[in-house]
Design a protein around this ligand. Structure first.
Ligand SMILES: C[S@@+](CC[C@H](N)C(=O)[O-])C[C@H]1O[C@@H](n2cnc3c(N)ncnc32)[C@H](O)[C@@H]1O
Length: 269
């Protein structure tokens, strides 16, 4: 038996573990934003402690050094990869709305189980005059019918796959809607960083993301890995860093124990 077999088995177990149960959040002024029942057969929490607060979540995802780098990275991806763009687990649409504003000739669709998040995103997009952005309420395991088979050129998942219960179903759905040659760029928390691991193990509603079983599933479905990289050494709460620190981050973030995210760039076929 190889030395890595127990680790691989542990990863399979983690990969299949059900969403951690937490007690329902206390009633808040935003409680009306919550769906009355389960979304596509599943009820929350979908996004740990922020399920009932789209405004605060959007603010948090939009500001700071890491958010700016994430946006710049995905701006590069969208500029390079043609076709309609789909983001699964798109939250309040922070990043997708920015991309839609920068590319008025392209179509941007988000899929998000939290009705309050989707409504928030669509209202913000309308207020900003975006006509090429739409957020659907739904889950990655069963995509809304408006997303047609073979229609998507670029799929983005950002800190979303580790929240999803049935990754095999998501892989099947993404494969169905992606056109031949489509790309799927996934950015997830890097569980090889001790703090990232501890946070995602100890926080109710969070889980870790082991890349190996995910990569096996996408390969079985006909995807290939183009590149795997790691990003970020400063925590998401860092507002800004001086130029020398930004350069140091770029030079060191490849080293797994200090990097916050793993980024997988996949191509279909
Ligand atoms: C950490 S948030 C990231 C949101 C957004 N991608 C961003 O970067 O701001 C994860 C999102 O995945 C969503 N999510 C959870 N389970 C999901 C599922 N089964 N299908 C699609 N999205 C899901 C959550 O509701 C949440 O909005």
């Amino acid at each position: 038996m190889s030395a890595s077999a127990p680790l691989a088995r542990a990863e399979e177990t983690l990969y299949r573990q059900p969403m951690a149960a937490t007690s329902p959040p206390p009633p808040t002024s935003a409680a009306d934003d919550q769906p009355d029942g389960p979304v596509n057969g599943r009820s929350g929490p979908f996004n740990a402690e922020f399920d009932d607060d789209p405004e605060r979540y959007d603010e948090m995802r939009a500001g700071g050094h890491m958010a700016r780098r994430r946006t710049a990275f995905f701006e590069g991806v969208v500029a390079r990869v043609p076709g309609d763009v789909l983001e699964l687990g798109s939250g309040t649409g922070t990043l997708l709305r920015t991309m839609a504003a920068a590319h008025p000739d392209r179509s941007f669709t988000g899929v998000e189980p939290l009705e309050g998040y989707a409504r928030f995103a669509n209202e913000r997009a309308a207020a900003d005059g975006l006509t090429n952005f739409h957020m659907e309420v739904g889950v990655g395991e069963d995509l809304p019918p408006s997303i047609e088979s073979g229609s998507v050129g670029l799929v983005m998942t950002i800190d979303a796959l580790h929240h999803i219960g049935d990754l095999d179903a998501v892989v099947a759905e993404v494969t169905r809607v992606a056109r031949p040659g489509a790309r799927w760029v996934a950015m997830e928390p890097n569980r090889l960083h001790p703090y990232v691991l501890a946070y995602h193990v100890l926080t109710p509603g969070e889980r870790t993301f082991p890349p190996a079983p995910f990569l096996r599933a996408v390969r079985r479905a006909g995807w290939s890995l183009r590149t795997k990289r790691r990003m970020f050494t400063f925590p998401s709460t860092t507002a800004s860093v001086p130029g020398w620190a930004a350069s140091l981050e770029r030079a060191t973030e490849w080293f797994a124990p200090v990097s916050g995210a793993v980024v997988l760039d996949l191509v279909k076929g």
